[in-house]
Design a protein around this ligand. Structure first.
Ligand SMILES: [Zn+2]
Length: 259
């Protein structure tokens, strides 16, 4: 009997970084930074990353973690955020007086929606640096596309990030994505991070993701072809379209703590 040779997929010797796409990956980077956790989950998602991109993200990840934990800990009483606020965040602020000053300068009095949806006047709100928040959310999005949709977001694709979604909008997106998603909702212990997502069957690099940090900070992220204005996501069972996403408008970045 002639020996049957199975065709083997040729893998590149060194994987490329999923962020810049052209440099060799030297590490498996955590999709959601370890900085957001007190106890590290066993099933951390990782993706190939080059040293340069890896270095480029860490200070923004620390910044976003500090920003989230300051209000998620003190205002919303999330246990992990509170522990971090008194530990790693406090140390990070001591190390970085300039950052502390910037946080203090951007603090203002505002009416916030508290746990349970009650509006609470005269609360301290800190406005975050939109670019740094977007950088971290785009990084997470590329990682999730790699881990779940099994592809890389080409560098010329748009990654639109919208954060601070009103609760109703978040709920609506969760409903839509649950029909188009192939894996459902994933939740890290204590809901430090939760996410769901769906992608286009014909082009998995076109995708939509919904995240939440500390049960509070919500993000909608969309990856799309450079000139795409409309994306359609189909029901995984029926194949019928469940959501049509219009990309023509510029993302509106609502204040983080607004809800
Ligand atoms: Zn890179």
């Amino acid at each position: 009997m002639p020996r049957h040779r199975k065709t083997k997929r040729i893998r590149p010797r060194v994987e490329k970084c999923i962020h810049c796409i052209w440099q060799d990956a030297t590490t498996r980077d955590h999709v959601v930074s370890r900085a957001f956790f007190t106890t590290q989950p066993e099933n951390h998602l990782t993706a190939p990353c080059c040293a340069e991109c890896n270095r480029g993200f860490s200070s923004d990840e620390e910044y976003v973690r500090d920003l989230f934990c300051m209000s998620a800990g003190h205002f919303y009483k999330h246990p992990v955020a509170l522990e971090l606020a008194h530990g790693a965040v406090a140390r990070s602020l001591i190390r970085n007086p300039k950052l502390t000053l910037r946080f203090a300068e951007s603090a203002k009095q505002a009416t916030l929606r508290g746990p349970g949806g009650i509006l609470l006047p005269n609360q301290t709100q800190i406005d975050g640096d939109v670019n740094r928040i977007q950088n971290v959310m785009r990084k997470i999005t590329r990682g999730l596309v790699y881990c779940y949709a099994k592809t890389r977001v080409p560098t010329n694709y748009r990654i639109e990030v919208d954060f601070g979604l009103p609760p109703q909008e978040f709920y609506n997106w969760a409903q839509i994505i649950s029909q188009a998603s192939r894996f459902g909702k994933q939740v890290y212990p204590q809901e430090v991070f939760a996410f769901t997502g769906a992608w286009n069957k014909d082009d998995p690099a076109e995708s939509v993701w919904l995240f939440s940090f500390y049960k509070r900070f919500t993000v909608l992220a969309v990856t799309a072809k450079p000139k795409a204005t409309v994306m359609v996501f189909a029901d995984t069972k029926t194949g019928k379209p469940v959501a049509e996403l219009s990309l023509a408008a510029q993302p509106s970045n609502a204040a983080l703590t607004e809800g």
